[in-house]
Design a binder for this molecule. Structure first.
Ligand code: SAH
Length: 487
């Protein structure tokens, strides 16, 4: 078996290589550092052992010898071992020492290079490390010179003389000494300089200054320091995304939570997935199966959620059973779920709430008496639609297609919630379940609601709603959040 020395990139989980993801997916053991992104560890099989060798706050650091010994032992034991390292494993990461120990022990290893922070972190701050004519080289140096890490001594005079861009890793703590030494070696004090903290992550922060003044800006680790003409460039893109740095809790059920979180991340937010609802089969599955098989008896099939669509179609074995049935969807997302199954909705109301759907259905049916309608939906839901249709003389069959349940509260939630700024409620049950599981005090400052019904539930539970989507879909809610934060 093999020990893989894998570069994890500087933080953004998207900066892992395909090869890195591939070897993680079949790991028996993952040996990782403190800063490794949790979502990268999730790429390993659930059963894989995960061993942290990073320095825990207040705890001891595992010595390099112990790490080497651990890798050798696990490799010899025939395990598939992934040693996950920040950035690139061979750039100031002691990957060379680990590889040497494995080679000496006769354990097979493979190096999976990573995206190094020395290039990627400046890029996320809008700083290219080279520029035609003005910056024709970049020198990457360690700022951590004291014996402990044994990185050796840097010839700062030579670095200064070379010109071009100087990138300093591990230099935040010794920033003042480094800048003074470069000035003493002849670099102009007004040379542009920047320090990028927590680069490529939602909490990235860029301090822009000059060589002489950068130390006063007080850079804090982990930071990548860039010195040279390019440090004056501000081709900002990451930090200017509309939801950059916002920590937003997503409460809806999986897999919708993951999809919404991905959309939020694309806009720069740090999305925290904390589903407070989950879907399970209905009490009476037989009834749903029968309704699907006999769907042709109805004039209308009305869907009020994508989950209702998904569960109904799981039981629809012959598409022809839907034959001449007219199909309505409460909104575009439900209509899209139908379209995924090659059914084009005949009716989608202009407003995506039950009241509007009721009105649209009555309009569409006209004066024709006794329309038979099938409504496959959540076991517990508002009765506005079925009651209204009955009142209008329709023959209504409400068939439970799924049950909405509250998952067991996440024990790690409290820690995530104190850091969060926004919570996105996408239905009344997300509000109810969240408050029941974690309490009103755990609700982040800014409450965002998908629509009036959810807003009313939130207010009932004593919450202040800061914003409500005007289009009552997850997309509409994201647009409302963008609007709120860019206003
Ligand atoms: N092997 C890594 C470097 C390890 S040394 C690589 O190739 O990127 C650790 C140093 O890298 C930190 O002190 C800091 O200078 C830099 N660094 C790592 N991650 C960073 C991040 N997200 N933002 C800014 N600097 C980072």
């Amino acid at each position: 078996m093999t020990v893989y020395l894998v570069g994890a990139g500087p933080g953004d989980p998207g900066l892992l290589t395909l090869r890195g993801a591939e070897v993680l997916a079949c790991a028996d053991v993952v040996v990782y550092d403190r800063l490794s992104a949790a979502s990268l560890l999730d790429l390993a099989p659930a059963a894989a052992e995960r061993i942290s060798v990073g320095k825990q706050p207040g705890g001891p650091r595992t010595s390099q010898d112990d790490i080497n010994a651990l890798l050798v032992a696990r490799g010899r034991a025939g395990q598939q071992v992934v040693r996950l390292k920040g950035g690139d494993p061979f750039v100031f990461a002691r990957g060379g020492e680990e590889a040497a120990a494995l080679a000496a022990a006769g354990v097979a290893f493979e190096v999976v290079p990573g995206i190094t922070s020395s290039v990627a972190v400046p890029a996320y701050a809008g700083i290219p490390v080279t520029m035609r004519y003005s910056s024709t080289s970049f020198t990457v140096v360690t700022g951590h010179e004291d014996g402990a890490e044994g990185e050796g001594s840097v010839n700062w005079e030579a670095v200064a003389a070379l010109g071009g861009t100087v990138v300093v890793l591990m230099g935040a703590a010794r920033c003042r000494a480094i800048c003074s030494r470069l000035i003493a070696a002849g670099m102009a004090p007004d040379t542009p300089a920047a320090a990028v903290q927590w680069g490529t992550r939602p909490n990235q922060r860029t301090l822009r200054s000059t060589l002489a003044a950068l130390p006063d800006a007080g850079p804090e680790p982990p930071a990548t320091i860039v010195i040279g003409e390019v440090a004056a460039l501000d081709l900002t893109w990451f930090e200017s995304r509309p939801l950059f740095g916002r920590r937003i809790v997503v409460t809806r059920a999986q897999p919708q939570a993951a999809a919404m979180a991905a959309e939020l991340r694309r806009r720069g937010a740090e999305a925290i997935e904390l589903p407070v609802i989950a879907f399970e089969p209905p009490e009476d599955v037989e009834r749903l199966a029968r309704a699907a098989a006999e769907a042709g008896r109805y004039d209308w099939a009305v869907f009020t959620s994508p989950t209702g669509v998904a569960r109904f179609f799981e039981h629809l074995h012959d598409a022809r059973s839907l034959g001449g049935v007219r199909v309505a969807a409460i909104g575009p997302v439900t209509a899209a779920a139908l379209a995924d199954r090659n059914v084009v909705a005949d009716l989608v109301p202009g407003q995506y709430v039950a009241e509007a759907l009721l009105e649209a259905l009555c309009d569409a049916a006209g004066p024709r008496a006794s329309q038979r309608v099938l409504i496959p939906r959540a076991e517990i839901a508002r009765d506005v639609l079925p009651d209204g249709l009955v009142a209008a003389g329709w023959d209504v069959d409400v068939v439970p297609a799924y049950r909405t349940v509250a998952p067991v509260p996440d024990p790690g939630a409290a820690a995530l919630l104190v850091e969060a700024e926004v919570i996105a409620f996408t239905s009344s049950s997300t509000v109810t379940n969240f408050v029941d599981a974690y309490g009103t005090d755990a609700v982040p400052d800014i409450v965002a609601s998908i629509g009036p019904v959810t807003t009313a539930t939130a207010r009932d539970r004593g919450l202040q709603v800061a914003l409500e989507a005007s289009e009552h879909t997850a997309e509409g809610l994201i647009a409302a959040l963008e609007d709120f934060f860019t206003r």
